[in-house]
Design a protein around this ligand. Structure first.
Ligand code: FAD
Length: 394
């Protein structure tokens, strides 16, 4: 590998960190730079809506590695954002006016929260993606506060659960008929809705937000599309996320719903992408996917790095063909979902060894396509194995 002199990884999140560690583990000894758009050391995001919000963890505990570990890997972290990419010239432009030449590049710039067209200028209106967001939101979660969460996806529901635990009055507003509909379908969505109602959340389903009102620059109400007005001291807007690709608009890369890559996570000669920002063709399903899941970020960061090294050295690359997996913690329930949990699947609920523990098996044409464990981490494993053994689409 002597001919490869410079590899740059853009984005110091789970995918970027996995990429640099894999490059070193696989024997790459040349120069390796990790570009971090944030001032913090790379950190883990799942605890932000859980342990950090409830006060169980300080932000420090979310750091993926300490400074010494990057020194040991001989990976300098540069806290500067990439602002442009010249694929043909193999150069990354930087926000400080500089440039970095590379032989190989891994892009792992993640996503950023989608915002409503209204309300974000008011104090008390939050989004949640990073350390600064979590700090701001944690400070607002005082017992008795009226919190309105807009969006009943994974993050919105986790925040609702954390806030109920802290003694807040919580309302969740969701335009879809059920929470987490896209991730788990309606049958399990209904069970999740019941859990939140039992925990005291006022769940407003099938309704959107028309306005966020303020008084003196501070939020005081959320106006719903059905005409109801919710008094609010604090609002979390959690309506999904957009891939962080603006800095690539002038590059030769194909940008669709994320950076478009082939099954090897390759976006262009010498350029690979991984994590939430990558839209790649998953050969297991024979179609394009972009996952916003923590485990995928690490696995894809590693896979993209391995394929980049093979590519540069003229070796054999491996298609990245994972079975999608995510988990979410809400109240005392850990939900773990493997595979694709599509609406319209046949769902069998398999009781577990004790009350409150079960698995939902999703089938299409008799074939298992997904499994969801409800406090049942080991029950789901045989189904996972079965899915992994099924023939790939291509
Ligand atoms: P990120 O972690 O977003 O890292 C990308 C990094 O790139 C960021 O630090 C960003 O600042 C930086 N960057 C962006 N642009 C540039 C640029 N131009 N130059 C330099 N740097 C740049 N997943 C689960 O499976 N289960 C969960 O329970 C779960 N909980 C979550 C809770 C929260 C609150 C959040 C926000 C996410 C959660 N996730 C969960 C999703 C999971 O955290 C993500 O899938 C994962 O963090 C993605 O990692 P990534 O490295 O692709 O992107």
């Amino acid at each position: 590998m002597a001919e490869i002199r410079d590899i740059v990884v853009v984005g110091g999140g789970a995918a970027g960190v996995a990429a640099v560690e894999t490059l070193r583990r696989d024997g790459y000894t040349g120069s390796l730079t990790l570009l971090c758009g944030e001032s913090a050391l790379p950190y883990d995001r799942p605890p932000l809506s859980k342990q950090v919000l409830t006060g169980a963890w300080e932000l420090e505990k979310t750091l993926l590695r300490d400074e010494q570990q990057y020194r040991d890997l001989d990976v300098p972290l540069r806290h500067v954002a990439a602002t442009g990419l010249d694929v043909a010239g193999r150069r990354v432009r930087l926000a400080d006016g500089g440039e970095l030449a590379y032989d190989g590049l891994v892009i792992a710039t993640g996503v950023h929260p989608r915002r409503l067209p209204i309300g974000h200028d008011l104090a008390g209106v939050h989004v949640l993606r990073g350390h600064t967001d979590a700090e701001g939101l944690r400070g607002a979660l005082v017992p008795g506060t009226r919190l309105v969460v807009v969006g009943a996806g994974l993050i919105g529901l986790e925040v609702a659960a954390s806030a109920r635990g802290l003694g807040l009055n919580v309302t969740v507003v969701e335009p879809a008929a059920l929470p987490m509909l896209r991730q788990v379908g309606s049958q399990i969505g209904a069970i999740i809705a019941d859990m939140h109602r039992e925990e005291g959340v006022d769940l407003r389903l099938g309704v959107g937000v028309d306005a966020i009102r303020g008084d003196g620059g501070k939020v005081d109400a959320v106006v719903l599309s059905d005409g109801n007005v919710l008094d609010a001291d604090c609002v979390l807007v959690s309506i999904g996320a957009e891939p962080t690709v603006d800095w690539l608009r002038d590059s030769e890369l194909t940008i669709g719903n994320g950076i478009e890559c082939d099954e090897f996570c390759r976006a262009a000669p010498g350029v690979y992408a991984a994590g939430d920002v990558a839209s790649w063709v998953n050969p297991r399903y024979g179609r394009r996917m972009r996952l916003e899941h923590r485990t995928n970020a690490s696995e894809q960061g590693g896979a993209a790095a391995q394929n980049l090294l093979q590519d540069l050295a003229g070796g054999e690359r491996k298609p990245f063909a994972p079975l999608p997996y995510f988990w979410t913690d809400q109240y005392k329930v850990k939900i773990q979902a493997h595979g694709v949990l599509a609406e319209g699947s046949d769902i069998e609920i398999v009781p577990g060894p004790a009350e409150g523990r079960w698995a939902a098996v999703y089938r299409t044409d008799g074939q298992v396509t997904g499994v969801l464990g409800w406090n049942a981490p080991t029950m789901v494993l045989p189904y996972r194995k079965q899915m992994l053994e099924q023939a790939m689409a291509r």
